[in-house]
Design a protein around this ligand. Structure first.
Ligand SMILES: [Fe+2]
Length: 229
């Protein structure tokens, strides 16, 4: 089942879709590109939310209700979050409620900055304390920030590595991603779609650039997850 693991399709909750209409168009586009299961993952920044996960969840639910009200067939859309790594994140109460649907996965976004060891400490603390498997968002996005050995540190995490579909269309990122897959790291795909223009759903690109067994390799990860969607 082709699954969207990372997208910003809920209306007016982050820098993704800015209206219900845009959300509906984005969802329609995904489905027409063959996506069979969608997990909406609005950004969660602990400092912006004042560490209040419950308030964020209420906002997320309200945004979700709007797209279901507009079109009831959207009630099959699942909920998650893209959680930015920040100092002390593992101490934020209810962080485990941000996991992807009913899985034990949590989508975590590394800072866009040079490598620091505390990123990994936060990730391992969250994984250990809540018994969650980290999914590292768009792992190929840090090629300009991390050295080879720093990347190796990140890849040593007991984690799943999420790949944005657009990486397959970029020479440097494609090379990195191909190596990651070849070396047997667990991976998942996502569009990280934010809108209908420069960051639109791009499952057509993935299906054009990646072989079926590579796409299926990502889907197999889900069946290994302890809990069912
Ligand atoms: Fe994202």
């Amino acid at each position: 089942m082709l699954t969207e693991h990372h997208c910003h399709i809920l209306p007016q909750i982050d820098d993704g879709s800015n209206s219900v209409e845009m959300s509906l168009e984005m969802i329609k586009m995904m489905r027409s590109q063959g996506v069979e299961r969608i997990i909406a993952t609005p950004h969660f920044y602990a400092h912006r939310e004042r560490n209040d996960v419950k308030a964020y969840l209420a906002k997320r639910q309200a945004a979700y209700d709007k797209i279901v009200q507009a079109d009831n067939s959207n009630s099959d859309i699942l909920l998650g979050a893209e959680v930015a790594i920040e100092h002390g994140l593992h101490n934020v109460p209810d962080i485990d409620k941000l996991r992807l649907a009913d899985t034990n996965y949590i989508l975590l976004e590394l800072p866009y900055a040079g490598f620091q060891h505390w990123y990994l400490d936060e990730i391992t603390d969250i994984a250990y304390e809540y018994k969650l498997t980290p999914v590292i968002a768009h792992i190929h996005r840090y090629l300009d920030y991390y050295s080879k050995s720093e990347y190796e540190e990140v890849l040593k995490l007991d984690a799943i590595f999420q790949i944005n579909n657009e990486a397959l269309g970029n020479f440097k990122e494609r090379r990195f991603v191909k190596k990651l897959i070849k070396e047997g790291y667990p991976y998942l795909f996502g569009s990280d779609a934010h809108n209908l223009t420069d960051r639109k759903p791009n499952w057509d690109l993935l299906r054009k650039k990646a072989k079926t067994d590579v796409i299926d390799g990502a889907e197999r990860i889900l069946s290994e997850c302890k809990e069912e969607y």
